[in-house]
Ligand binder design. Structure first.
Ligand code: HEC
Ligand code: HEC
Length: 202
């Protein structure tokens, strides 16, 4: 009888250890600590890049100081310029025309409470950047608004102005991925090591 009790105790302890080990590995798998994988990381970034270079994102991340408009990303009409704070110059302020919400109808001003370009002292240019250049720029706190990698993920996944791109108002096309799919690729890019594509990547 004593022997049986001892075996039962040992079995119980054993399964408790196995169980706690199992929950431990499950925990690890659900956090972002994927093993480093440069090929997978670069592949994820190329998907991210396609969204960043789509008109809905690039039109506010131009190489010059004039915002861009439309699916063909032409220069904003009506002499609109970035200005120091990104919200316009002199009396031509973004909020003169851009409201907190999209104005309905074709060619009407889109809207968001934060509508504006990045400021003149941190221009966050996407237009014309190769995948490698843009990846390195996004990861550099001196060029990305002082963001850590976690804050960069959060901005792309949750920021309301970024989210406007998926509710852009009448007549404007959407980015090539849904927002959740985009956020998943951003996370995979960073979790797998935040690698920048090679210089020849397109
Ligand atoms: C209406 C203009 C506007 C649109 C549209 C827009 N952005 Fe931005 N973006 C900004 C401004 C302004 C900032 C700087 C504000 C800040 O740092 O929070 C910024 C900053 C960023 C940053 C952080 C800085 C950096 O470059 O590392 C990222 C990433 C970003 N935007 C991604 C996107 C993506 C992705 C889209 C499209 C899905 C998008 N943006 C669409 C205006 C815009
Ligand atoms: C005089 C009015 C006016 C002012 C001021 C103005 N905009 Fe616009 N903006 C518009 C109109 C109207 C459209 C829509 C054009 C269309 O769809 O053909 C537009 C479209 C845009 C788009 C294109 C969105 C897209 O993805 O197609 C961006 C980006 C933009 N404005 C940024 C700005 C920024 C940034 C400022 C301030 C620096 C600004 N605008 C100031 C009237 C204005």
């Amino acid at each position: 009888m004593k022997k049986l009790a001892a075996i039962t105790v040992i079995l119980l302890i054993g399964s408790a250890i196995i169980l706690s080990f199992k929950t431990e590995t499950a925990k690890v798998n659900t956090t972002a600590t994927l093993p480093k994988d440069s090929v997978g990381s670069v592949k994820a970034f190329i998907s991210v890049y396609k969204v960043l270079m789509s008109a809905r994102c690039m039109n506010c991340h131009p190489s010059g100081d004039v915002p861009l408009q439309g699916d063909d990303s032409h220069l904003h009409t009506m002499n609109v310029k970035r200005g120091a704070d990104g919200h316009g110059m002199y009396s031509v302020r973004c909020s003169n025309c851009h409201q907190a919400e999209n104005t309905r109808g074709l060619h009407m001003p889109p809207g968001n409470p934060k509508w504006g370009l990045p400021p003149a002292n941190m221009r966050m240019v996407f237009q014309g950047r190769t995948p490698r250049e843009l990846a390195l720029q996004l990861l550099d706190p001196k060029q990305n608004g002082g963001r850590t990698k976690a804050q960069l993920i959060d901005h792309m996944a949750n920021d309301a102005l970024v989210g406007w791109a998926w509710h852009p108002g009448d007549g404007r096309t959407l980015p090539p991925l849904t927002r959740p799919a985009f956020a998943a690729q951003v996370r995979a890019w960073i979790a797998k090591g935040a690698y920048a594509p090679g210089a020849d990547a397109k």
